[in-house]
Write a protein that binds this ligand. Structure first.
Ligand SMILES: *[C@@H]1O[C@H](CO)[C@@H](O)[C@H](O)[C@H]1NC(C)=O
Ligand SMILES: *[C@@H]1O[C@H](CO)[C@@H](O)[C@H](O)[C@H]1NC(C)=O
Ligand SMILES: *[C@@H]1O[C@H](CO)[C@@H](O)[C@H](O)[C@H]1NC(C)=O
Ligand SMILES: CC(=O)N[C@H]1CO[C@H](CO)[C@@H](O)[C@@H]1O
Length: 296
């Protein structure tokens, strides 16, 4: 009896320690939720990091991940001369963030040391690069084995595994491509618009007073997850060229602003957004907003 009394604090300490460790994306409550029932704040143009007008983020991808961002979006193009698949903004002359392989290696290294985390990539295929080139790019980075392959494609919205199931299976990377996916050829690169609809981008209304379906055009909301472009642009020196509004980022990414648009969306579609896509995820309270969306 004395022995048990002596050991009890120790047992409780160890038990609470293991409870704390049993989390999925940082929260025990998320483990039993289906992937399609979890909301993420996403880094829009995650690879374009810096202080120039065409750059959308200030944290490197590893910093984004370290700070709780689990949804990374990026735009690819073929690099001139080398022909490699790179993350470039509109054109590789404007912004060239390097090879997709290098980016994927950083994500893979991060997944290696963070075994309870599920990460999503949304890649756009600006130059209609064949899907096999994406496959070889993924293979070269060593990340492919983490990618989730649905048992059937497309998977119904209510058929997604839970975060715990994805973690247990070691398939903690969900990959979407906006065009050119073909799961017969490459089973883990999923067609974004079979799974999601998106609200309009290039928004200049800082109140985000809409939550319209933009792509696919005429899509029905039912049966789809959805992504909200909560990114604010300004008209650069009245040239008509829209660039991310860096100065407003703290307000755009405040809990109040994200929450207000998410509420509008939820009221229209009777489901909360799956993704709120954001520029400058280092500004505002984006993880706070994600926690509110997930009712944590
Ligand atoms: C990528 O790796 C997989 C598994 O090893 C292989 O089946 C596939 O052919 C590879 N893709 C390319 C384009 O080399
Ligand atoms: C997908 O790939 C398969 C196998 O190569 C091919 O038969 C099919 O036509 C492709 N689908 C589309 C839509 O390109
Ligand atoms: C969308 O619906 C409108 C009205 O029904 C139709 O005119 C238009 O062609 C449709 N667009 C596409 C891409 O299907
Ligand atoms: C302005 C802008 O770039 N908007 C983005 C909205 O989100 C989708 C995600 O797929 C991107 O394709 C758009 O580029």
């Amino acid at each position: 009896m004395v022995l048990i009394n002596l050991l009890l604090p120790c047992i409780l300490f160890l038990a609470s320690g293991s409870l704390i460790l049993a989390t999925c994306n940082g929260h025990q409550e998320l483990c039993s939720r289906q992937y399609s029932d979890v909301s993420f704040v996403g880094a829009h143009n995650s690879p374009f990091v810096g202080c120039l007008p065409q750059q959308n983020q200030e944290w490197s991808v590893t910093q984004q991940l370290n700070n709780g961002i689990r949804f990374l979006q990026g735009q690819t193009h073929r690099a001139p001369i080398t022909g490699s698949l790179n993350f470039c903004h509109t054109s590789c002359f404007l912004e060239n963030a390097g090879k997709v392989t290098h980016f994927l290696r950083k994500v893979k290294t991060w997944l290696d040391v963070n075994p309870n985390e599920v990460v999503t990539l949304l890649i756009t295929n600006g130059d209609s690069v064949p899907i096999a080139d994406f496959d070889s790019t993924f293979n070269r980075s060593g990340i492919t084995h983490y990618a989730y392959i649905p048992p059937i494609s497309p998977l119904a919205i209510n058929a997604w595994p839970t975060l715990q199931e994805l973690i247990n299976a070691g398939t903690r990377l969900i990959v979407f491509l906006d065009s050119g996916a073909n799961v017969t050829e490459v089973p883990y690169i999923l067609d974004e618009f079979e799974y999601y609809f998106e609200t309009p981008y290039d928004q200049t209304d800082c109140t985000f007073s809409q939550c319209k379906i933009d792509r696919p055009s005429n899509a029905s909301a039912s049966g789809r997850m959805y992504l909200v472009n909560h990114t604010l642009n300004i008209n650069l020196l009245n040239t008509g060229i829209l660039v991310p509004d860096r100065d407003a980022a703290a307000t755009t990414n405040s809990l109040a602003s994200i929450d207000a648009q998410a509420h509008l969306c939820s009221s229209l579609y009777s489901r909360k957004p799956n993704v709120m896509l954001l520029d400058f995820v280092d500004k505002g309270d984006v993880i706070g907003a994600q926690n509110v969306l997930n009712a944590l």
